[in-house]
Design a protein around this ligand. Structure first.
Ligand SMILES: NC(=O)c1ccc[n+]([C@@H]2O[C@H](COP(=O)([O-])OP(=O)(O)OC[C@H]3O[C@@H](n4cnc5c(N)ncnc54)[C@H](OP(=O)(O)O)[C@@H]3O)[C@@H](O)[C@H]2O)c1
Length: 333
């Protein structure tokens, strides 16, 4: 039987539902540059240097033909979480992930020649707020309603995000796909040198001298450079012995105050005003987003990737930040 190691000797057919967003662009570019054939399923209109095919994310349709005989499916579809968690947005965030995952389960189960491996985006936010110890897959504790200080429990918005990630993974693993290996990518924030991304937003703050610590500055930031994100996905496709939930995060999460200090250093901006928690809550309200992204302590580490021998090109934040700033200057300044 053909194994993935022999498969990698030829070009793969990779289908990416929801691949028009930040992570999809990173993966599509990475795999196309290596000669693989990439098809992005989009509700459109969206054009790209790779194949794009229309789907509605709701019903089976002609798009299912592109999964027949494909090698890999990577589902990234889901309403952006960069919004206020009001009732309508919550419903849309939850339903878009659950429904596309169940739809793909149904389609893949019924294909004559289904993809050999199917990966979905999950999130490192599935773990609890953690200042005390690192969370890897085997020993990490999932979040939801945890105590975050002597006086406070996790806010209800954090519980919502954890709940989405848990149900999303459960929906993914609920259907048996005997011919298709399944991997849930518990990804930390992916840092790309692109406007509008987390790196772009934090860099703008730094350049306005607003890049001091956020909140107490003690909360950990889990991060991964886009290069390592794409390399890790490629590694997981190749390694047939790896299935289930996998953390995609650099091995070295750092407290927010160190994280911001390294970013300031990379931008050559010596000082930055700190932003207290209340100001962050207010800012998030006016920017129509949530403060969870910066205030929740994500201390997530890639236990299974490291155990399998994956080597990071950017294991340390200061070097990753310098590389991202260099690329940003090259592209935008
Ligand atoms: N970026 C990160 O750092 C990060 C980290 C951890 C987890 N994640 C998760 O990984 C996934 C991909 O992230 P991303 O940053 O690439 O997201 P993104 O930029 O928001 O892209 C997601 C794509 O999903 C599609 N989509 C949106 N609403 C949809 C709906 N109602 N039904 C079907 N498709 C819909 C859109 O494609 P079309 O409009 O073309 O259909 C969109 O381009 C998301 O689920 C995100 O939560 C991201």
């Amino acid at each position: 039987m053909e194994t993935f190691s022999t498969l990698f000797a030829r070009f793969l057919r990779i289908v990416i539902p929801g691949g028009s967003g930040q992570l999809g662009q990173v993966l599509a570019r990475h795999f196309q540059e290596r000669g693989h054939h990439v098809t992005v399923l989009t509700r459109g209109p969206y054009t790209a240097p790779w194949q794009t095919v229309h789907w509605d994310g709701e019903e089976p349709g002609p798009w299912t033909e592109y999964l027949e005989g494909a090698d890999v499916c990577i589902n990234l579809a889901g309403r952006s979480v960069n919004c206020r968690y009001d009732a309508a947005n919550r419903q849309s965030i939850y339903r878009s992930r659950m429904h596309t995952t169940r739809l793909l389960n149904q389609v893949i189960t019924n294909l004559a020649s289904p993809p050999r491996v199917w990966l979905i985006a999950s999130s490192a936010t599935i773990y609890r707020h953690s200042l005390d110890r690192a969370m890897e897959e085997a020993t990490g504790e999932l979040g939801g309603y945890e105590r975050i200080s002597r006086w406070r429990h996790a806010p209800e918005t954090w519980n919502f995000s954890v709940g989405v990630a848990k149900d999303w993974e459960a929906a993914f693993f609920e259907a048996e796909t005997p011919q298709t290996r399944k991997v849930a990518l518990r990804s930390a924030i992916v840092f790309s040198p692109t406007p509008g991304s987390a790196f772009g937003i934090l860099s703008n703050l730094v350049r306005l001298s607003l890049g001091g610590k956020q909140g107490s500055g003690r909360q950990y930031v889990s991060w991964i450079h886009e290069v390592d994100f794409a390399r890790a996905v490629e590694f997981l496709i190749a390694r047939e012995d790896l299935a289930g939930p996998i953390n995609l995060a650099s091995p070295n999460p750092v407290p927010n105050r160190e994280f911001m200090a390294a970013l300031r250093y990379a931008w050559d901006v010596p000082n930055g005003f700190p932003t207290p928690r209340l100001a962050l809550e207010l800012g998030a309200f006016f920017l129509r987003t949530e403060s969870e992204l910066v205030l929740k302590s994500r201390r997530v580490v890639p236990g299974r990737l490291l155990g399998a021998g994956f080597q990071f090109e950017f294991p340390e934040w200061p070097e990753a930040a310098e590389d991202l700033v260099r690329q940003w200057r090259h592209r935008h300044d």
